[in-house]
Design a binder for this molecule. Structure first.
Ligand code: COA
Length: 187
């Protein structure tokens, strides 16, 4: 269940805390997202990534949380509260559709632990149940196998392909489209 406090909406799950960003997250954010192995899959993130980019992002997420219905989050380890990634449901739709879209990334040292699946599932639940979104979509670079597995594991289905308004960082102009609807949620 998401809770709302002075620092915004917090979703506690098994191993992770999905929360707003704080100023202390800046060094972890810049170090983890400044890695080409991460951002080559995420066209919307600047590269190279500067401290100013990080400060601007932290401020934007804090503003989003001040609305009470945020759509952008940090992924933090529950034990240490250290930031390990980011997840949102206001990502790029790829084709200018108005549909809510997932975006997510994890710092490379944290890959392969199932964290993405845990975080994305929690944010989908929040988007559909708490925010009342009818559907949520996601697209990936066609070669992003790990990300496609995350989406399928979280209950999204591949529903077709889209023509991208802007090619991915790896040059793809078409991308697989995934979607989940509110009525597909288990009761
Ligand atoms: C995509 C990403 C978020 C996955 O995070 P993760 O926590 O490592 O994912 P998980 O541990 O939940 O693993 C997901 C699945 O992908 C598999 N996988 C991981 N890396 C893989 C690879 N390079 N090739 C094929 N499969 C891979 C895992 O074995 C797992 O499969 P399973 O569900 O059958 O067990 C992470 O790799 C990442 O941040 N990548 C860069 C940014 C990015 O791609 N964002 C998404 C943009 S659409």
């Amino acid at each position: 269940m998401p809770s709302t406090g002075a620092t915004g909406v917090v979703i506690e799950i098994e191993r992770l805390r999905i929360r707003s960003l704080c100023d202390d997250d800046l060094p972890d954010l810049v170090a983890l997202i400044g890695n080409w192995e991460v951002v080559r899959w995420v066209s919307s993130v600047p590269h190279p990534y500067t401290e100013a980019d990080g400060r601007e992002w932290i401020a934007r997420v804090q503003q989003d949380h001040a609305t009470g219905r945020p759509r952008r989050f940090a992924i933090a380890l529950k034990d240490s509260d250290r930031l390990i990634g980011g997840v949102g449901i206001d990502g790029s739709t790829g084709d200018e559709s108005g549909e809510p879209a997932l975006g997510y990334w994890l710092g490379e040292p944290h890959w392969g632990n199932g964290y993405a699946r845990e975080a994305v599932a929690a944010v989908i639940d929040y988007g559909l149940q708490t925010l009342g979104m009818e559907t949520i979509r996601a697209y990936t670079d066609p070669s992003n196998v790990a990300s496609q597995k995350v989406l399928l594991r979280c209950g999204l289905k591949k529903v077709g392909e889209i023509e991208l308004v802007k090619p991915t960082r790896l040059g793809a102009r078409r991308a697989p489209l995934f979607r989940i609807s509110q009525h597909e949620l288990s009761p």
